[in-house]
Design a binder for this molecule. Structure first.
Ligand SMILES: [Fe+2]
Ligand SMILES: [Fe+2]
Length: 371
């Protein structure tokens, strides 16, 4: 066992004390719906696809309950360049706009743009205008590293933020602006910097995902007045735990974040970035990974938690496969629905999902880590 693996196991033992689970007053169901043409986009109708939706429904025994929608990882290019992700974003937006009853709010979970271009961000804002309910935003790395968040913050407001909704404290964090400066010494242009951050393994960006000391302090003070047994929902672009660090499917200071959240018995972290269903529990915190509308990532060669009900392997010839959005309802239980545009979403067998045979896969290091 490597030193890294040993440390991971030790931390896991310390944090995942026996019997330490999320508050059972809020249970979770993860459903998949087959929606026959809730809204057909032009592309979808042409292909004769069955749109399926993905939703999260968080329900708390003590509150009235409510539903919100999640869309993330649209990765829009300027329309003039190509529209391969635009149609899928439009389809998700139409479906959210058609929700009846309407969701209480929409959370956009980051990676609206592909290369942080203001044209891409404006296109995203424009498309999202069709959703009339309250919208809240957290950034993704693809939105940020062209101009270090200047356009994003101006258009969508800066994270972190928090508000209370029907007995739930809702928090949005920025997990993406904390990369260490790899660009200045290399005299990179803004476009080169963005290009490096827009790759899966982060290349020169390294372990860029983090909450950061300042935001941890903010989180601590925001939660200071909140009763320990009342529900907290934390939205992040990256998961608040270590799934697979080489792809930044984590935040590097997830242990510190966990320390801040540990006193609360009912914490749900909902995140994007992974472009796939993921489910994990660490102590009393549960984490739910959501679909992208743009493309699905394969499961990482290690680190997929056993609690995940894995997504079925997607059809590479079908651009609408393996993607979608989410609907979350709270009302005594959490109902998380993945609204994916295919008939079956979850795999019954690990080899259909790419999550099996983890022990025998050989990893190659990130480009940045290669000697
Ligand atoms: Fe993404
Ligand atoms: Fe991302």
């Amino acid at each position: 066992m490597s030193e890294r693996e040993r440390i991971r196991r030790e931390i896991d033992r310390a944090l995942r004390a026996p019997g330490d689970r999320p508050d059972p007053a809020t249970s979770i169901t993860r459903r998949t719906f087959l929606h026959k043409s809730l809204v057909y986009g032009a592309g979808a109708a042409a292909c004769g696809l069955f749109p399926t939706l993905s939703t999260l429904e968080l329900a708390f025994a003590q509150g009235a309950g409510f539903t919100f929608a999640w869309i993330s990882d649209t990765h829009l290019y300027p329309k003039e360049l190509n529209t391969r992700f635009v149609e899928k974003a439009q389809r998700a937006i139409k479906e959210v706009a058609a929700m009846d009853p309407a969701p209480d709010f929409l959370i956009f979970g980051g990676d609206l743009a592909q290369l942080g271009d203001p044209v891409e961000l404006r296109l995203g804002a424009d498309l999202l205008k069709d959703i009339k309910v309250k919208k809240v935003f957290i950034p993704g790395e693809h939105d940020w590293y062209l101009d270090m968040g200047a356009t994003w913050n101006k258009m969508f407001g800066a994270a972190p933020w928090s508000f209370d909704h029907k007995g739930v404290r809702v928090i949005g964090l920025d997990t993406i602006s904390h990369a260490e400066d790899f660009w200045t010494a290399r005299k990179m242009s803004a476009k080169e910097r963005m290009g490096n951050m827009a790759t899966l393994d982060g290349t020169l960006g390294g372990a860029w995902a983090a909450v950061g000391a300042e935001q941890l302090k903010w989180l601590n003070s925001t939660l200071a007045s909140w009763p320990k047994d009342k529900p907290v929902v934390v939205f992040t672009h990256n998961p608040l735990w270590e799934c697979y660090a080489p792809w930044n499917f984590w935040v590097r200071d997830w242990r510190e974040a966990h320390e801040v959240l540990k006193p609360f018995s009912n914490v749900t972290n909902i995140h994007g970035h992974v472009h796939q269903p993921l489910y994990n529990e660490i102590g009393k915190m549960r984490s739910i990974g959501m679909l992208a509308t743009s493309w699905p990532w394969p499961y990482a060669p290690e680190g997929v938690p056993p609690l995940t009900k894995p997504m079925i392997r997607v059809d590479p010839g079908d651009p609408f496969d393996g993607v979608g959005w989410g609907k979350i309802a709270f009302s005594g239980r959490i109902d998380a629905q993945y609204m994916m545009w295919r008939k079956e979403v979850f795999s019954d067998t690990p080899w259909d999902s790419g999550t099996g045979d983890n022990d025998n896969q050989v990893l190659s290091p990130r480009i940045a880590d290669r000697p």
